[in-house]
Design a binder for this molecule. Structure first.
Ligand SMILES: Nc1ncnc2c1ncn2[C@@H]1O[C@H](COP(=O)(O)OP(=O)(O)OP(=O)(O)O)[C@@H](O)[C@H]1O
Ligand SMILES: O=C(O)C1=C[C@@H](O)[C@@H](O)[C@H](O)C1
Ligand SMILES: [Mg+2]
Length: 173
């Protein structure tokens, strides 16, 4: 079994994919994103899974994707924004170096405009984002080894803060 060097959690727009790629490059390891794994498994984009099979089916695929990636990927792993809602996933994350990328609503909106195809944010995205974050913040905090505030920081600065928070060395240190 190979475990990730870093697992990134946080809400949509917190920068998990962007920071994850930057971190992996800095550490000289691979990057994996469970949202991409789920799309490969289902053979279609996430919004289509939500429409065709519904959110509960997506969440089942997500638990499986996280379990498989957490046991096999030795690099940086980014999870979907809602992955922490599953108790089985949280139990597994307690054993791993997990960083919660925190972001205020204003920054998340500035970054993504909340207009990308995010099925849970289609109707009234600002209010929905706030609701999701309120419900999930305790869960992100529960699984987090460290919390990194991303407000006003570039992805490279966030990557630096993650390395520092977990005391990780890069090949250049
Ligand atoms: N620290 C940052 N500062 C400015 N822009 C950022 C920052 N982090 C990410 N972005 C930008 O915000 C957008 C969303 O980032 P990203 O896709 O990495 O978020 P995510 O957490 O993976 O979201 P999702 O949960 O929807 O997959 C991208 O356009 C990215 O370039
Ligand atoms: O916040 C969420 O629940 C989601 C976030 C995305 O990463 C995807 O996993 C999907 O769109 C659901
Ligand atoms: Mg992402």
């Amino acid at each position: 079994m190979t475990v990730p060097v870093v697992v990134l959690v946080g809400p949509p727009g917190s920068g998990k994919s962007t920071v994850g790629r930057a971190l992996a490059a800095r550490l000289g390891v691979g990057f994996r994103d469970t949202d991409a794994d789920i799309e490969a498994l289902a053979g279609k984009p996430i919004p289509e899974i939500f429409i065709d099979e519904g959110e509960p089916h997506f969440r089942e695929l997500e638990v499986r994707a996280v379990r498989e990636a957490a046991a096999a990927h030795g690099g940086v792993l980014a999870l979907g924004g809602g992955a922490v809602m599953a108790e089985a996933t949280r139990a597994l994350l307690h054993e791993l170096p997990v960083v919660f990328l925190d972001v205020p609503l204003a920054d998340a909106v500035r970054r993504v405009g909340l207009d990308a195809p995010r099925p849970l944010l289609v109707v009234n995205p600002r209010a929905r984002w706030r609701e999701l974050m309120e419900a999930r913040r305790p869960l992100y905090l529960e699984v987090a080894t460290a919390v990194v505030d991303t407000a006003g920081r570039t992805p490279e600065q966030v990557a630096d803060a993650v390395l520092e928070a977990l005391e990780l060395k890069t090949p250049h240190d």
